[in-house]
Ligand binder design. Structure first.
Ligand code: PEP
Ligand code: MN
Length: 335
C-alpha cells in the first residue's frame, strides 16, 4: 500500500495516520523524494483502504502488491519524464538516442564523437571513465580527469553526459560533470550504490544484471526511488543465457513488460545486448519497434582501435545509418 502525503501535512496528522496503519498490522517506511513524501506500508490483511485514504493529510492511496511499489505503474499511471535541461528530454513517444564509445580515450576521440553526434542531431553522449573489466590488465578508464576533459568539451557543444559510476565514493567527485549516472550490469544489485544514488538529484540509468530478472531490475529501481530519487531509467542490455553465439541474449520481451509494469522510461542497449557489431542494427531496430523510449549504442571513429568493446562498436557511418533507420521505425511505431 502506498500513501502519498500532502506536502503540508501536520506532524499531528502524520502521527494519527501512522497509528491507524499500525492498527492494521502493516509495517510502514517513510519515503521522501525530490518531489513528494510517501508512506509505503507492507502487510497482508485485507481492509478497506478508504479508512486511511479519508484521513487528513493523505493526497492519494493505492494498494500495490508487487515487491516493487513506487516504481510500479499500479502506483503511478503517467509515464515518468526525465528532463536533462536545455530541451533534452527523455519521454515516452520520443526516442532518446544516446551514443558514444565504450570508453573515453582522448580529447581527440571525444571531440570527434561530439561532432558525429551533432551532425546526426543527437544530444546525449555515452562513454566510460571508470570501466568494469573482466580482466584487471585491460584498460580501466581515464578516471575523473578524463571526465572533466569530456565535460568541458560536452558543455561547449551542448552535449549531455551519461557515464558509469562503479562505487559510492565516486559519486561526489563525478556529480558536477555528469547528467545521467549509469549503474552497470555488474553492479545491478550493489544495494549500497543504489541507496547512495537515491540521495542524488540527477537521473540514474540502471542496467539489468547479467543474470537479473525483470523483477530484480524493478526492485533495484525501488532502492533508488525509496532513497529519494525519482529520476530513474531502466536499461535492458541482454542477459547471460546458455547461448554462446552472441555475447549476451538481448531480451526483447523485457521492453514491453517493463513499460507495462513500470512508469519509468525503458532504454535498450543493443551493443552489449548482442555484442557483435554487424548485428547491433537489427537488434536496435527491433527494440525501437518493441517500444523502447531510448537506445544507447557504442560508436567509435575506428572501432578496430577502440580501447574496449570494439567488437560490438559501430563506426560513424554505420551509426549514422542506424539513427536514420531508427527514426524511420519511430514513424511506423507512432502511425
Ligand atoms: C558499458 O556500458 O560499457 C558497460 C560496461 O555496460 P554493462 O554494464 O551493461 O556491461
Ligand atoms: Mn562497453
Amino acid at each position: 500500500m502506498i500513501i502519498q502525503l500532502e506536502s503540508k501535512i501536520t506532524e499531528q496528522a502524520k502521527a494519527k495516520l501512522l497509528e491507524k496503519i499500525k492498527e492494521t498490522g502493516y509495517k510502514t517506511s517513510e519515503v521522501r523524494t525530490q518531489f513528494r513524501s510517501y508512506l509505503v506500508a507492507t502487510g497482508s490483511k485485507e481492509f478497506d483502504i478508504r479508512s486511511i485514504g479519508n484521513l487528513p493529510g493523505v493526497a492519494d492511496i493505492h494498494r500495490v502488491s508487487d515487491p516493487y511499489k513506487l516504481v510500479s505503474r499500479k502506483w503511478k499511471v503517467e509515464d515518468t519524464v526525465i528532463d536533462l535541461g536545455d530541451g533534452v528530454v527523455i519521454r515516452r513517444g520520443d526516442l532518446a538516442m544516446m551514443a558514444g564509445p565504450c570508453s573515453i580515450e582522448s580529447e581527440e576521440q571525444v571531440l570527434k564523437t561530439i561532432n558525429h553526434l551533432k551532425d546526426n542531431g543527437l544530444s546525449i553522449m555515452r562513454g566510460g571513465v571508470y570501466k568494469p573489466r573482466s580482466s584487471p590488465y585491460s584498460f580501466r578508464g581515464l578516471g575523473i580527469d578524463g571526465l572533466k576533459m569530456w565535460h568541458d568539451l560536452a558543455q561547449e557543444n551542448g552535449i549531455k553526459i551519461i557515464t558509469e559510476v562503479m562505487h559510492t565514493e565516486q559519486i561526489e567527485e563525478m556529480y558536477p560533470y555528469v547528467d545521467i549516472f549509469q549503474v552497470g550490469a555488474r553492479n545491478a544489485q550493489n544495494f549500497n550504490l543504489l541507496d547512495a544514488l537515491g540521495q542524488v538529484d540527477k537521473p540514474v540509468m540502471l542496467k539489468r544484471g547479467m543474470s537479473g530478472t525483470i523483477e530484480e531490475l524493478l526492485q533495484a529501481a525501488e532502492y533508488v526511488f525509496s532513497n529519494g530519487n525519482e529520476k530513474i531509467l531502466l536499461c535492458e542490455r541482454g542477459i547471460r543465457t546458455y547461448e554462446t553465439a552472441s555475447r549476451n541474449t538481448f531480451d526483447i520481451n523485457a521492453i514491453p513488460i517493463l513499460k507495462d509494469k513500470s512508469h519509468l522510461p525503458v532504454i535498450a542497449d543493443p551493443s552489449h545486448g548482442i555484442g557483435i557489431r554487424s548485428y547491433v542494427e537489427p537488434v536496435a531496430l527491433a527494440a525501437v519497434m518493441a517500444g523502447a523510449d531510448g537506445v544507447i549504442v557504442e560508436v567509435h571513429e575506428t572501432p578496430e582501435r577502440a580501447a574496449s568493446d570494439g567488437q560490438q562498436t559501430l563506426d560513424f557511418e554505420e551509426a549514422g545509418r542506424l539513427y536514420g533507420k531508427m527514426r524511420g521505425v519511430m514513424k511506423i511505431r507512432n502511425s
